[in-house]
Design a protein around this ligand. Structure first.
Ligand code: PMP
Length: 404
C-alpha cells in the first residue's frame, strides 16, 4: 500500500549525493521535493499548452484556461470547499495572509479592534497584522503556550473581547510540530461571533484537511510545501466572507469594467487575482495534490507519525539532547539542541554528512523568546523519508556531539 521504495523513485533528487554522501533531506518544513509527475506536468504545459489564460479566443488560451480552472477544482476537492469561488490562487501562505490582513482590516476593523494570534506563529502570521497595527491602529492579542508547546486554551478564551474581530492561528507549528486543536478553537471563536483564519502551511502536506468540517472561515497554504511548485498558494475563504472584502491589488483579471469615472470589480474568485496568474504553477500544484491524494492523506499521516515517533525515540537516546515541543498531538517536525552546541555548528556539520536540516529561529522569533533560546536545529519529515534516514541523522548528531 505505502511502498516507500516506489515513492522515493518518484522523486529524482533523492538519488543525488552531497559531499559524496547520499542526500538525507530533512528540511521539508521549509520546502518539499517534487515528484517527477509535477515536473513533467509543468514542462508539458510549457511545451504544449502555454498561452495566457481567460478571455483568449484562440485554442491554446482556452486549453490553458481549462487546465487552470481544473486546478482550482482540484484544490476545492482536496480541502472540501463548497465552491471554486472560495479558492483564490496566491503566491503562497505569506501572500494569502497579507491579502487577508489588508482587506479584512480595511473593511472589517477600526482602530482599537483586535486580532488574536498565538505565540507560536510564523512571522508570516504576525508581521502582516503588525503592518495593519501600524497603519490602522488594530491591536494584536497573543495566546500563550505551555512549556510542552501546547496553546493555553483557558487563556485563549479570556482574550476575547467585544473588540475581537478575527483569530489567526497556525494549524501545525513549524518549530514545535504541535498540531493545534483548531476545530475546538474555531468553535470557541464562533461562539463569540468571531471568524478564524488557519495557517495551513505545515498541515496541508501531512494530514487530511476538510475546511467545512473544521468550519474554518479562511484557510491558507503554499504549493511548494505540499510537493508542488514554488510561487503558487491558496487562500480559501467562505464565500460570504470573501464577498464582503474589497480587492487587494488592482490590475487585469480582477475588473469587470474600467472607466476613469467608475471601475467595477470581477466576481469571485477573480476579484482577488490581479494580473496574469501563475497558471503553470496551478497545474503543478494540482498535480501534486493529485499525487498525495492518490497515496492517501491518512496513509501519509500514519506513515509520518510512525517515523516521527521513531525519530523522537532515537534522538532522545543521545546524551544532552533537548527536544523543543512535547505536545501530545504532534506532526513530523523535531526541533532540538544538544548540550551547548550551537545550532548553526550542528547544522553545518550535519550538512557535511549529507544531512539537510534547518537551523536558526525558523521565522518564529517570538516563539524563540518564549523558549529562551536563539534558535534550534530542525529536522522536518516528508512522505518519502525513512527510518534509515533517521538512523543516519541520529548517528550524525552523535558524531558531532563527540567532536565537541
Ligand atoms: N506559516 C508557516 C507555519 C510556515 O511554516 C511557513 C513557511 N515556513 C509560512 C507560513 C510561510 O510560507 P511561505 O514562505 O510559503 O509563504
Amino acid at each position: 500500500m505505502y511502498d516507500i521504495n516506489q515513492i522515493r523513485a518518484d522523486f529524482p533528487i533523492l538519488d543525488r549525493t552531497v559531499y559524496g554522501k547520499p542526500l538525507v533531506y530533512l528540511d521539508n518544513g521549509a520546502t518539499t521535493q517534487k515528484p517527477r509527475c509535477v515536473v513533467e506536468a509543468i514542462t508539458n504545459e510549457y511545451y504544449n499548452t502555454n498561452a495566457n489564460v481567460h478571455r483568449g479566443v484562440h485554442f491554446l488560451s482556452q486549453q490553458a484556461t481549462e487546465l487552470h480552472e481544473a486546478s482550482r477544482e482540484t484544490v476545492r476537492r482536496f480541502i472540501n470547499a463548497r465552491s471554486t469561488n472560495e479558492i483564490v490562487f496566491t503566491r503562497g501562505t505569506t501572500e494569502s495572509i497579507n491579502l487577508l490582513a489588508a482587506t479584512f482590516a480595511q473593511s472589517q476593523m477600526e482602530e482599537g479592534d483586535e486580532v488574536i494570534v498565538s505565540v507560536m506563529e510564523h512571522h508570516s502570521n504576525i508581521v502582516p497584522w503588525q503592518l495593519q497595527a501600524m497603519q490602522r491602529g488594530i491591536v494584536l492579542r497573543v495566546i500563550p503556550m505551555t512549556d510542552e508547546g501546547e496553546l493555553c486554551l483557558d487563556e485563549y478564551e479570556k482574550l476575547f473581547s467585544p473588540r475581537t474581530k478575527l483569530v489567526s492561528i497556525a494549524h501545525v507549528s513549524n518549530v514545535l510540530g504541535t498540531i493545534n486543536p483548531v476545530a475546538d478553537m474555531i468553535r470557541t471563536a464562533h461562539a463569540h461571533g468571531v471568524p478564524v483564519l488557519v495557517d495551513g502551511a505545515q498541515s496541508i502536506p501531512h494530514m487530511a484537511v476538510d475546511v467545512q468540517a473544521l468550519d474554518a472561515d479562511f484557510y491558507v497554504f503554499s504549493g511548494h510545501k505540499v510537493y508542488g511548485p514554488t510561487g503558487v498558494g491558496v487562500l480559501y475563504g467562505k464565500e460570504r466572507w470573501l464577498d464582503k472584502l474589497p480587492p487587494y491589488q488592482g490590475g487585469g483579471e480582477m475588473i469587470q469594467h474600467v472607466s476613469f469615472e467608475k471601475t467595477t470589480f470581477n466576481e469571485l474568485p477573480f476579484k482577488f487575482e490581479a494580473g496574469t496568474p501563475d497558471y503553470i504553477g496551478t497545474t503543478g500544484l494540482a498535480k501534486a495534490l493529485d499525487y498525495v491524494a492518490a497515496l492517501g492523506m491518512d496513509h501519509i499521516a500514519a506513515y509520518e507519525h510512525e517515523l516521527t515517533q521513531y525519530a523522537l525515540r532515537r534522538l532522545k537516546e543521545i546524551p544532552g539532547m533537548h527536544v523543543f515541543g512535547e505536545a501530545s498531538v504532534r506532526g513530523g517536525v523535531v526541533s532540538f539542541l544538544v548540550g551547548d552546541i550551537h545550532h548553526f555548528d550542528m547544522g553545518t556539520l550535519l550538512d557535511r554528512l549529507g544531512i539537510a536540516v534547518r537551523t536558526g529561529h525558523h521565522c518564529a522569533q517570538p516563539l524563540m523568546t518564549r523558549l529562551g533560546i536563539e534558535g534550534t536545529v530542525r529536522a522536518s519529515f516528508g512522505l518519502y523519508n525513512t527510518k534509515e534516514e533517521v538512523d543516519v541523522l541520529a548517528a550524525g548528531i552523535e558524531r558531532v556531539r563527540k567532536m565537541f
